[in-house]
Design a protein around this ligand. Structure first.
Ligand SMILES: *Cc1c(COP(=O)(O)O)cnc(C)c1O
Length: 394
């Protein structure tokens, strides 16, 4: 099979011969499309019927593969998509996706504005200057565009300050090439259990909406919630929620665990390359950061930091082998790492190791890695490099 040269492989249940598919891989990411479909349907059912679900598929769908994720999400109840960059939007359009696509990031260059129009993407407009630039460029090509106006309510990232909502909207309304599709804002602390700042941002957002209403403007759509707000505060749902992390089956924070039953979509696996016994007192890997206390059976596995296993997890990472939890030992290298498999009988090259995922009743999650590293699950998911092929399991 030519899989070793392919970037992405699709596997359906009818041809469910995983062993054949991974036949020539040393390491790969497995994407469980049934789990993704389940998460999308679960989220959609949780929303009021009139609330839309926007599937956030930026950064190659948090490392899961944007095109496959977008198609699966749309087929299971997502209403539209969001990405961060122009290139991410163009990729989806080129693959035949016709659903509305919001660009969350800012677009400023004339050529980029033209491309947004050509590909019928829906940009975020952050301020009056950008609105003017869009209007001017769109006039030259004669296509009006649906745009989403961003208000800053306390994230201090993109957007016009919420106090200035009225003048911002009035100016945009006067620009014939721009059709306002929505007014939106973004929370900075929706994943914290202390809701003080979140409530303040929400209050500012309501205040801005009231200003607009008083001036006679009723936005066609209003949206505010990310995954965390979607799970913890129904009053933030409005016309649409923008869900990223939860689609992928992870919870934004421990206190939100099991608010809905979501299933992790991504697994990371690799094969054992060699099994051998190291004598007592021997150093393992660069820098001899692990010294064997006794004769120790070690498995060398073909995955490393160039694939997205953070080197900072050296000597702290765990993996599942033959239904047992084992410890990674010594420095993680660019393409390989070592496991202590002293208690695991009958291992041989080609046996599969799970680094993120589940086997029997053992689970290792992206969140476990994030906790060890002092970071967040989002960053872990985005860290799996395209050196690893994605294998989609339907
Ligand atoms: C990334 C992003 C989201 C999705 O966030 P999650 O926490 O992954 O659900 C929503 N809105 C904006 C503006 C974003 O940048």
């Amino acid at each position: 099979m030519a899989i070793a040269h392919q970037h992405q492989v699709n596997l359906t249940k009818s041809q469910n011969n995983l062993s054949q598919l991974v036949h020539r891989q040393r390491a790969w990411v497995e994407i469980d499309l049934a789990a993704l479909a389940h998460n999308v349907r679960t989220l959609k059912n949780f929303l009021n019927p009139q609330t839309k679900l926007m599937a956030v598929v930026k950064a190659d769908a948090y490392g899961h593969g944007a095109v496959t994720v977008a198609k699966t999400a749309l087929a299971n109840g997502a209403d539209c998509l969001a990405i961060a960059t122009l290139a991410e939007g163009v990729e989806l359009r080129k693959k035949g996706i016709t659903a509305p696509i919001l660009i969350l990031g800012a677009i400023n260059e004339v050529e980029d504005i033209k491309a947004v129009a050509v590909w019928q993407l829906e940009p975020t407009i952050c301020n009056v200057e950008q609105a003017m630039a869009f209007h001017k460029t769109l006039q030259t090509i004669g296509t009006p565009l649906l745009v989403h106006l961003k208000l800053d309510t306390g994230m201090s990232r993109l957007g016009t300050n919420w106090q200035d909502a009225n003048s911002f909207v009035q100016i945009v309304q006067s620009l014939s090439q721009l059709k306002i599709a929505s007014i939106y804002s973004h929370f900075s602390t929706a994943d914290e259990s202390d809701r003080t700042m979140m409530n303040l941002q929400h209050q500012r957002f309501k205040n801005a909406l009231t200003q607009l209403n008083n001036a006679g403007f009723i936005p066609p759509q209003v949206h505010l919630a990310n995954s965390a707000a979607t799970l913890c505060d129904r009053s933030s749902h409005y016309d649409m929620v923008r869900v990223g992390l939860a689609l992928y089956g992870l919870y934004p924070a421990p206190h939100l665990h099991n608010s809905l039953h979501l299933k992790p979509v991504l697994q990371v696996k690799a094969k054992i390359a060699q099994v051998k016994t190291i004598p007592a007192g021997e150093g393992v890997s660069y820098g001899r950061r692990f010294i064997t206390q006794k004769d120790t059976k070690v498995a060398v596995v073909g995955i490393g930091y160039a694939d997205g296993i953070p080197r900072n997890l050296s000597n702290r990472l765990q993996a599942i082998v033959s239904g047992e939890l084992v410890s990674q030992i010594g420095s993680i290298t660019m393409d390989q790492l070592m496991l202590n498999v002293d208690n695991i009988p009958n291992l041989q090259p080609g046996d599969i190791v799970t680094f993120i995922g589940h086997q029997d009743n053992l689970t290792i999650s992206a969140e476990d890695w994030a906790n060890k590293l002092g970071t967040i699950s989002w960053e872990i998911l985005c860290g799996f490099k395209h050196r690893l092929p994605r294998i989609n399991i339907a």
